[in-house]
Write a protein of this length. Structure first.
Length: 141
C-alpha cells in the first residue's frame, strides 16, 4: 500500500509546479528583487505578451506564490512571504540520504530490445528485489 501519496491538488505540489516554469520563475525573480511590480511591467523580463504574463500571474496567485492589489486601473503583484517560507521548509526536508557504494547496488542488465524484454531498468537506480508475497500481505493488512 502506498502511503502519503501527494496529489496535484496538494498545496506543496502546486507551489513547486508553479515555480518550475521558466517564465514564472523569471516573474518570481523580478518580484524578489523589485518588490511590488505592476502586471504591465513583466513583459520586459519574460519576453512574452501581456495575455501570457497574465496567465502566469494567475497560476502563481492560485498556487499561493503572489498576492495582487489593485491600484486604480493597474494591478500590482508581490511575493507572499508565506510562500517563500513554505518553499524553504520543503527544501530543508530534503536530504541526499546515505551514500551507498556501487557494490551494494543490484546491477540489472538492460534488455537488448525493450519491447521484447519488458520494462527497462536504470542500473544506477536499481532497487533490491521485491517479494510479491510480501507486497500482497502488506496490502491485506
Amino acid at each position: 500500500m502506498i502511503a502519503n501519496v501527494k496529489r496535484p491538488t496538494d498545496p506543496d505540489i502546486k507551489l513547486l509546479q508553479a515555480a518550475a516554469d521558466p517564465t514564472r520563475l523569471a516573474i518570481l525573480t523580478q518580484l524578489s528583487s523589485d518588490g511590488s511590480v505592476c502586471a504591465c511591467d513583466f513583459t520586459a523580463c519574460c519576453a512574452v505578451h501581456q495575455p501570457t504574463v497574465s496567465h502566469h500571474l494567475r497560476v502563481l496567485r492560485e498556487a499561493g506564490w503572489v498576492s495582487a492589489e489593485r491600484q486604480g486601473t493597474s494591478i500590482y503583484y508581490a511575493i507572499r512571504p508565506e510562500a517563500i517560507d513554505r518553499f524553504r521548509e520543503i527544501g530543508a526536508g530534503l536530504t541526499a540520504g546515505r551514500a551507498r557504494p556501487i557494490a551494494e547496488l543490484e546491477v540489472v542488465a538492460l534488455p537488448v530490445h525493450a519491447a521484447d524484454q519488458g520494462p527497462m531498468v536504470d542500473p544506477v537506480m536499481a532497487l533490491p528485489p521485491v517479494d510479491p508475497a510480501a507486497i500482497q500481505a502488506e496490502q491485506t493488512r
